[in-house]
Design a protein around this ligand. Structure first.
Ligand code: HEM
Length: 148
């Protein structure tokens, strides 16, 4: 166990969350709010890129979709980090947690490239499929963390 990780667990905030009966579940609830906002927007935008409801203007849809997705992602990162510090040494040694973080990083890069082009062609359709499968997998990994 490395000392910076132990230091995180020793933080007042981490100890308070650990010893409160309601704080952790509340933060976890907010994590799910963030995930809902992120994944909901991603599904709508990706389906549009894949050709569903092609009459809807992609730029207009993306303007709102990206904003809600970013707010949701910010909430998920904030609440995820709070949960992380309560069990940092355990999670840092978990392959599933590391995989989840790497996948989030790759999906973020994928989303930035998609957003930069805002078109619906062959490459962006492949990216939309990767995005749908990838974010769905991140949700599965997050849920499975509690059981492994
Ligand atoms: C930096 C970003 C993130 C961090 C540090 C983080 C961290 C965590 C932690 C520590 C847990 C609790 C694991 C446990 O039960 O032992 C968790 C749960 C979870 N995470 Fe994340 N997370 C992040 C982003 C995300 C994102 C972007 C998604 C989905 C799109 C996600 C999906 C989930 C799910 C579905 C759960 C399970 C919630 C539950 O069982 O109630 N996480 N996350």
């Amino acid at each position: 166990m490395s000392s910076p990780v132990m230091a995180l667990e020793g933080l007042w905030l981490a100890q308070t969350m650990k010893h409160s009966s309601w704080l952790y579940p509340t933060v976890e609830t907010m994590h799910i709010w963030g995930i809902g906002m992120l994944f909901g927007s991603v599904v709508i935008m990706d389906l549009r890129i894949l050709g569903v409801a092609s009459k809807l203007n992609l730029s207009d849809l993306s303007r709102l979709g990206v904003l809600v997705a970013l707010l949701g992602f910010g909430l998920a990162v904030l609440t995820g980090s709070l949960m992380f510090i309560t069990q940092a040494s355990e999670l840092i040694g978990s392959r599933l947690f590391i995989l989840k973080m790497c996948l989030i990083f790759l999906l973020l890069a994928n989303a930035i490239i998609l957003r930069m082009r805002t078109v619906s062609n062959g490459i962006s359709k492949a990216q939309a499929l990767i995005s749908l499968a990838g974010w769905a997998s991140v949700i599965g990994m997050g849920r499975w963390l509690a059981y492994l």
